[in-house]
Design a protein around this ligand. Structure first.
Ligand SMILES: C[S@@+](CC[C@H](N)C(=O)[O-])C[C@H]1O[C@@H](n2cnc3c(N)ncnc32)[C@H](O)[C@@H]1O
Length: 467
């Protein structure tokens, strides 16, 4: 039996919560989460899903637009979905993010926070990404109002996937997420491909030569591109990449890979260095990082430095400490703090990331960090802890899912006097802090905005072992 789709009429949006969803309350008090709205909007909402305590839906008609709305800078704002909050001022975005963290801590963590410091906003709210990925497609995404009209979607484009569309790509004319010449390079890549009559990928038919491109740019102004092709044709690859090289001599490193899989993910492919350097260099504080096509690196370099400075401030190192850095990635935090403490023990499960970390330690002449590859929950065995000693400071920066319950229990056993917990997901961090509150007091907390115009928020907490 088909479910009845209900409409909630004239719902006032009163707050923004996790994942950037608007929140309203029906007259009977039931909470309704709504996509793509701003506090102050009054909208009719079509309910997509209804549960006992809450409902979820999307707006179908507007009765009032919020006074918080501003004109987005980007011409693609309406359809792109990449910078969902460009339609509210930056100060309001920061307020929303701070509230998201506060409310997760209150609802989920239920632990007392001694000092909650104001969110650390970004200096640069545009052009802050050092890495972008675009897809080639022979089908252009069309807005709903142009569907079933004479406008054709058959066109070679290079841009972003629109949410919910795997086979059509929004053609990007200008993106405000990366400094120039990023836009010129993307437009040039598209034009050269058209001039050379190359096939753009057709995701539905699973054919076409050109699939994706990643553009990486460091704050030291080095540029790397990685082009993914669906099949290997050396003549076509060479003439395409040679023309790119000729047109954009500022690109320091050109890579390609062949991705014949169904899915777009290209970072499990062999990366072939076509021209220029094997890696480009990024600088965070006094540390230089060598970045290859597969390396993970904080996407917003300048805010990455603010985040790491906050970790250093919270850790308050005096040079004598034994520090553990869990979920270290390419060792960014471990290397950043290494000169301020006695030694660091760093753990990460991805082997390639640890290889990068070791190379970066060598390149920076840092000798007091020991890197280990493995799952944190399996690595922190009693023998490991005995060998490395009790940490004076433990830094943890887990993925969105937060820490495994086994890791939380190990931390409770370890009894490090200080824990600095960095998180990209306030909900799982609040859950873990609630569990750690058995032995720890939250001394300080400060959110950091790494991704302006999105709902994402990073949060750093300093915990101290209870007396
Ligand atoms: C949020 S990133 C932190 C990266 C690093 N601290 C930085 O700032 O660049 C989380 C890292 O944890 C790693 N990771 C995820 N689950 C893990 C696990 N169970 N054990 C060890 N590392 C894990 C991921 O590969 C990723 O590099």
């Amino acid at each position: 039996m088909a479910r009845r789709k209900r409409i909630v009429q004239e719902l006032e949006i009163i707050d923004i919560v996790e994942k950037g969803r608007g929140l309203g309350r029906r007259p009977d008090g039931k909470v309704v989460f709504v996509d793509n709205v701003v506090p102050g909007d009054i909208v009719d909402v079509r309910i997509r899903r209804s549960r006992k305590d809450y409902a979820e839906g999307f707006p179908v008609a507007w009765h009032k637009y919020s006074d918080l709305r501003v004109t987005p800078r980007c011409q693609h704002f309406k359809h792109c979905g990449g910078c969902q909050w460009q339609n509210v001022g930056y100060e309001d975005q920061l307020r929303f993010k701070e509230n998201i963290v506060r409310s997760a801590m209150k609802r989920i963590g239920k632990a007392e926070i001694e000092t909650f410091l104001p969110i650390l906003g970004a200096q640069e709210i545009y052009n802050y990404r050092n890495k972008l990925e675009y897809s080639y497609s022979n089908k252009k995404w069309l807005p709903p109002e142009l569907l079933n009209t004479d406008v054709s979607n058959v066109e070679n484009v290079l841009g972003y996937h629109v949410k919910g569309s795997y086979d059509k790509i929004l053609d990007i004319k200008e993106c405000h997420l990366q400094v120039d010449p990023s836009n010129s390079i993307r437009l040039g890549l598209k034009q050269i491909a058209i001039d050379q009559n190359l096939d753009f990928y057709d995701a539905r038919a699973e054919q076409g030569f050109l699939r994706q491109v990643m553009i990486r740019m460091t704050t030291l102004e080095e540029i790397m591109i990685l082009v993914s092709f669906f099949y290997d044709d050396q003549n076509k690859i060479s003439s395409y990449l040679n023309e790119i090289k000729k047109r954009f001599p500022e690109i320091a490193s050109i890579y390609f890979c062949i991705n014949a899989k169904k899915n777009d993910y290209m970072f499990d492919r062999e990366m072939i260095q076509y021209d220029g350097k094997g890696s480009i260099t990024e600088q965070l504080g006094n540390i230089r990082f060598s970045i290859g096509p597969k390396s993970f690196f904080q996407t917003n370099t300048r805010q990455g430095q603010q985040l790491f400075d906050l970790v250093v401030e919270f850790a308050d190192l005096n040079g004598s400490e034994n520090v553990y850095d869990l979920y270290t990635g390419i060792g960014s935090i471990a290397l950043y703090i290494a000169r301020s403490c006695a030694n660091v023990v760093a753990i990460e499960e991805i082997k390639a990331a640890i290889e990068d970390a070791i190379n970066n330690a060598k390149a920076n002449a840092i000798e007091n960090v020991e890197f280990y590859t493995g799952d944190v929950k399996d690595m922190l065995t009693p023998e490991f802890r005995k060998r490395h000693g009790k940490p004076d400071v433990l830094i943890t920066d887990p993925p969105r899912a937060g820490m495994h319950p086994k890791v939380v229990n190990i931390l409770l056993e370890l009894e490090s006097p200080k824990i600095v917990y960095v998180s990209c997901n306030p909900a799982t961090q609040a859950r873990d802090l609630g569990l750690l509150s058995e032995k720890y007091q939250i001394k300080k907390m400060r959110p950091v905005d790494m991704f302006p115009h999105t709902h994402h928020v990073e949060n750093v907490a300093l915990l101290s072992l209870k007396e």
